[in-house]
Write a protein that binds this ligand. Structure first.
Ligand code: SF4
Length: 477
């Protein structure tokens, strides 16, 4: 089981795989480099981006994320209001201050290489960082950013036994590799999904630490919604996408006590839309968001949790913890058995996964037993199957922001639908996850975070160029 500490992380927008992961990779490279050499021996640094990281890296701020990581900033602690200030020496003086104290010449045109047509063997999101040392030798490492901010080094990719991202399952009290096993464990031990996940978490940390982390994640999500409702203007990147959350928030607040709003039985839906827009606009602006399980899909779980907080009388802090614990089980199963990476399986792996996680968690809040939760999660994925990843201009804005609002509303519907049943359903959660994985494998690369198909070219005002390109497979369709 992947821990709640790994699945939910406070990070930086706009993308967990293309921004958070590359920054983590730069942090790892720096630590590894400093084990091999003195900082003062570093004379130059080159960065190579491959596959999807190169194809959509400019829109996802992959290059600047790596540079910030090399300066010494980490996704969870960086003050995103000061990003331009941190990067100024690079863009104005062509100087990179490695680890915050050692200055080298660095020219983004000369030292960053974009290889969008080259995909390294393990995953479409790959990067290599190379340092030139005083004795004219080089030290280099390759990393894969596999979604949700998770990073695997080339050595670990070639030797999966050394992948320490997930704890070994045989030491936790209630191991599970599939939804069927999870359900069996819940039934045998008379546990809800959140209780089972908590018991597993307590194998590694004490309750105080786990609860403090869960509370911090929930608080960060609420701060993000608050900021998203306050900020307005145009999102960066050149598409001229206007932020909508602030105006919608003012509108909903003004209407709240009007008779028309009181008689509108679907008024909650407008608020769910608002919460999701607020988070994803913050994400698109490069602000702090919680990966849940990715940044592109970061609005769905907070939106449904805000719905729980603001519209259900049963809300409590403990309920918010249960929500995140339950969602962890679902995200863990999807990540282990399929993928949460848009570059690997399309948006079904991002928005579909977040929708399934939120649906299962809400089902538990609504009183659903584990079977109903898994039914809700299955519905959440089933009706996102085949969803492509085609961000216009490589930016996590269109269709991503609105798609989170759709995903959040769908999650509420999935939870309610499942709770009206008895937990039995035609397609099992395990089968739908397997189907998602296979659908992703069959999906053309042009629909997997390359910005070479779908809305990315047809809804883009700019005429597709040779480099923006249409893949051969795509044009044959
Ligand atoms: S389309 Fe979906 S998977 Fe692709 S960047 Fe947007 S939110 Fe992420």
């Amino acid at each position: 089981m992947i821990s709640v500490f790994d699945l939910f992380k406070i990070g930086i927008g706009p993308s967990s795989s293309h921004t958070v992961g590359p920054m983590v990779a730069a942090n790892l490279f720096l630590a590894s480099l400093l084990e091999q050499a003195e900082l003062t021996d570093v004379k130059g640094i080159e960065i190579e981006l491959y596959g999807s990281l190169a194809a959509t890296g400019k829109g996802h701020a992959t290059d600047t994320a790596i540079l910030l990581g090399l300066i010494g900033h980490a996704p969870s602690t960086i003050d995103t209001r000061l990003t331009s200030q941190y990067l100024a020496p690079i863009f104005s003086d062509k100087q990179l201050i490695v680890s915050g104290s050692h200055t080298i010449d660095f020219d983004t045109e000369r030292d960053i290489h974009w290889y969008g047509d080259t995909v390294l063997p393990y995953h479409p999101n790959a990067l290599t960082i190379r340092a030139r040392l005083a004795d004219d030798t080089h030290y280099q490492k390759t990393y894969y950013s596999v979604g949700g901010g998770f990073v695997i080094s080339e050595e670990n990719a070639n030797n999966p036994d050394e992948d320490h991202a997930a704890p070994t399952i045989d030491v936790i009290p209630y191991p599970f590799n599939s939804a069927a096993e999870l359900l069996e464990q819940c039934r045998e031990h008379d546990l809800s999904i959140s209780e089972l996940v908590l018991a597993n978490e307590l194998h590694y940390r004490d309750q105080e630490e786990v609860f403090a982390y869960l509370d911090a994640i929930w608080e960060s999500m609420q701060d993000c919604v608050t900021r998203g409702c306050q900020n307005s203007g145009i999102l960066p990147g050149g598409l001229d996408v206007k932020r909508r959350a602030q105006a919608l928030h003012l509108q909903l607040c003004a209407e709240r006590n009007q008779p028309i709003a009181k008689s509108d039985k679907l008024a909650a839906m407008d608020w769910i839309d608002l919460y999701a827009l607020a988070v994803n606009e913050e994400n698109a602006n490069g602000g702090n968001v919680v990966t849940a399980p990715t940044n592109g899909a970061a609005g769905i779980i907070p939106a449904v949790m805000h719905y729980y907080r603001d519209f259900l009388s049963s809300y409590s802090q403990d309920g918010a913890r249960k929500f995140l614990l339950n969602a962890t089980a679902i995200g863990s199963l999807i990540k282990q058995n399929a993928s949460i990476s848009g570059a690997e399986v399309g948006c079904q792996g991002e928005v579909g996964s977040a929708c399934a996680m939120a649906a299962s968690a809400l089902a538990e809040i609504l009183g659903g037993d584990p079977a109903k939760c898994l039914n809700a999660a299955e519905i959440g994925i089933e009706h996102n199957l085949g969803l492509t990843c085609d961000p216009v201009g490589g930016l996590v804005q269109v269709p991503c922001i609105e798609r989170n609002a759709m995903g959040a509303v769908k999650a509420v519907n999935a939870a309610r639908l499942a709770c009206r049943g008895n937990g039995q359903h035609f397609v099992s959660f395990d089968k739908v996850v397997e189907t998602m994985k296979q659908t992703g494998a069959d999906m053309l690369d042009s629909y997997k975070e390359t910005s070479r198909g779908g809305l990315a070219i047809y809804a883009d005002n700019r005429i597709p160029t040779a480099t923006q390109g249409v893949s051969v497979k795509y044009s044959q369709c």
